[in-house]
Write a protein that binds this ligand. Structure first.
Ligand code: FES
Length: 170
């Protein structure tokens, strides 16, 4: 009788241990799955924007990795800048649309060729340089690549690397 009870206890202990081990493996597997990026996230790492239909002085706001991206085709009367993205004979301002003060999204004032941040009055010119108020630095240029008339956000092409090396992206 006593042996029987011990045997049952041993069996229960082994079974429980087995379940615990299985649970541990399951938990590890679940953790590994949560570390691996989902296929959709990988695909979402890049955003392709066709620039061929862009209109001068009209701001397009794209989305890349959850951030607003400003794409502004410059008109001839706007000053050229080393941070411009040049596609054929057109120049574009491309930046992450978050104010470098505390992260609000500035609005584009087409008549003034300026970005104005409503939070604390910061201003940026059409090349993204801070020109007024508390923003400490220009609007940041995201990694990009030019592919024909497409702008590929999230991939660092030679034009971006050149800007980065010259310290112009921030
Ligand atoms: S967040 Fe833009 S000026 Fe403060």
């Amino acid at each position: 009788m006593a042996n029987n009870t011990k045997g049952r206890r041993d069996f229960m202990g082994m079974a429980l241990g087995g379940f615990t081990a299985l649970g541990g493996i399951g938990a590890l597997y679940a953790m590994k799955r949560s570390w691996d990026p989902l296929p959709s996230v990988k695909a979402a790492g890049f955003t392709t924007v066709d620039l061929s239909g862009a209109q001068e002085n009209v701001l397009n706001v794209e989305k890349w990795r959850g951030k607003p991206i400003f794409v502004l085709k410059k008109s001839k009367d706007m000053k050229a800048d080393d941070r411009d993205v040049v596609v054929g004979s057109d120049r574009f301002h491309v930046s992450i649309g978050l104010c470098t003060h505390l992260g609000c999204i500035p609005a584009y004032k087409a008549d003034d060729h300026k970005f104005k941040c409503a939070c604390h009055g910061g201003e940026f010119d059409a090349s993204g340089h801070q020109i007024f108020g508390p923003p400490p630095s220009p609007l940041e240029v995201p990694p990009f690549k030019i592919d024909g008339t497409n702008l590929v956000l999230g991939e660092a092409g030679p034009e971006y690397k050149k800007m980065l090396d010259a310290g112009l992206t921030v």
